[in-house]
Write a protein that binds this ligand. Structure first.
Ligand SMILES: Cc1ncc(COP(=O)(O)O)c(C=O)c1O
Length: 418
């Protein structure tokens, strides 16, 4: 179909128009099959159209589609909150729902401001937090996301993210540098008395698929406690099993004050939310936040509950951990033959391959060309990173070793071609 009536503001990886999806595959109207290792940017963790999620949506649609949260108490939202309570740390026991990741980040910032009475937010270089005004101000992964939108909300400060490969240092040295810079920021720009919250992606997503070292997150937790600053983790992309744990912060053995969630929560139905302690949520003055749809779409909350059930019943977190290890091992094997693969890193099935030229500079040209060659072989892979030189692997968490092998064979061919 002609796309002249779609706004050109949307970019597209491919002009393929999918008609249906099943598991790791998308099919166009001609029945041509594509392997979707983008997961719609980390959304369809349970695969396309998981039968249990589809059933939950269909059954709920036949009963009640919408129960507005300020008017009634939708039981599917209560059930989802109860289920999330089972899978989040014990101290986290209160949940607020919204629709998109950006909305959930905004909610986290608003909660943090009310709970602390402070105004400032500290984020980390390379983060992506969304496209609303507040979240644009918090996003530093690429300038395109802020292009011509200044002035953006004030009170946002940016500290370095512990990205060892970028700095060219070992992990210990990088962590020490970033912590020192953070302390400097608290002395020179955003006083601890004015800083409400640190917001960090446990694995930098758009910014290049870089896991934050455990030592950094542990120290960040300690600094937050020392100064009475809240710690919010943006698990929009890293959550719901993606990293081989249900949430990325679990790798560091820390407990955040606020968990921001979206994408993988709904298997493709728009839903997001934040989780925190009741004691903090009690400081969020009733009526100071909300929205027409948040928590009220009974289809979305039913789909999210079914998604968590599937993740638990089918042991998708464990599968992500095992398949992620396999994928990284295989990619490191390819790296030996292709030095342009400067770094292979990740946790679980959130894996990045960073392309670096012989001169040591970022190589977005080869990254893009390899992704294009994969696309020509019907394998969908996205790039990321501030320089666009990282190919990110985000397969559905249901992926099998044989399916990874098929994709790796395509990737190997693409590497040889470029
Ligand atoms: C870590 C992270 N936070 C927030 C967002 C924004 O989510 P949304 O696009 O649903 O607003 C994204 C989207 O890619 C993300 O990856």
């Amino acid at each position: 179909m002609t796309i002249e009536h779609l706004s050109p503001v949307w970019t597209h990886l491919t002009d393929m128009q999918p008609e249906r999806g099943e598991g790791i595959y998308l099919y166009d109207a001609d029945g041509t099959r594509y392997t979707d290792f983008t997961c719609g940017i980390g959304v369809t963790n349970t695969g396309h159209c998981h039968p249990k999620v589809v059933k939950a949506i269909q059954e709920q649609a036949g009963k009640l589609i919408f129960g507005q949260m300020n008017i009634v108490i939708p039981p599917t939202a209560v059930s989802l909150a109860n289920t999330l309570n089972e899978v989040t740390p014990d101290a986290i026991d209160s949940f607020f729902f919204s629709n998109s990741g950006a909305e959930a980040v905004e909610a986290a910032v608003k909660l943090a401001k009310h709970a602390t009475g402070k105004s400032n937010v500290i984020v980390f270089q390379g983060s992506f937090h969304g496209r609303t005004a507040q979240t644009m101000a918090m996003t530093t992964s690429k300038t395109i996301y802020r292009h011509n939108y200044q002035p953006l909300p004030a009170g946002v400060f940016v500290a370095p993210f512990p990205y060892s490969y970028f700095y060219g240092w070992d992990e210990e040295e990088t962590v020490a540098f970033c912590l020192k810079q953070l302390e400097l920021l608290l002395k020179g720009q955003s006083a601890v008395e004015e800083t409400a919250v640190f917001v960090i992606e446990p694995v930098l997503g758009e910014g290049g698929y870089v896991p934050a070292p455990a030592a950094f997150l542990q120290e960040l937790r300690a600094i937050a406690d020392k100064y009475g600053i809240l710690l919010a983790v943006d698990e929009v992309q890293s959550g719901f099993g993606r990293t081989g744990k249900l949430f990325g912060f679990e790798h560091a053995g820390i407990e955040p004050d606020i968990i921001i969630m979206a994408k993988g929560l709904g298997s493709g139905v728009p839903i997001s939310g934040i989780a925190s302690r009741r004691e903090l949520m009690d400081k969020w003055i009733p009526g100071t936040h909300g929205g027409t749809y948040g928590g009220g779409s009974m289809i979305a909350t039913a789909a999210a509950k079914a998604t968590i059930d599937v993740i638990r019943e089918e042991k998708l977190v464990e599968n992500a951990a095992a398949m992620g290890d396999y994928l990284i091992t295989k990619l490191r094997g390819l790296q030996k033959k292709h030095p342009v693969m400067g770094d292979v890193r990740g946790q679980g099935l959130m894996v990045g391959v960073e392309f670096t030229g012989a001169d040591g500079e970022a190589d977005p040209v080869t990254a893009k060309a390899v992704a294009q060659s994969c696309l020509a072989q019907n394998l969908l892979l996205l790039t990321c990173g501030s320089y666009g030189n990282v190919i990110r692997w985000i397969p559905p968490l249901i992926v099998t070793q044989a399916q990874l092998d098929d994709a790796l064979a395509i990737f190997a061919t693409a590497l040889r071609e470029n």
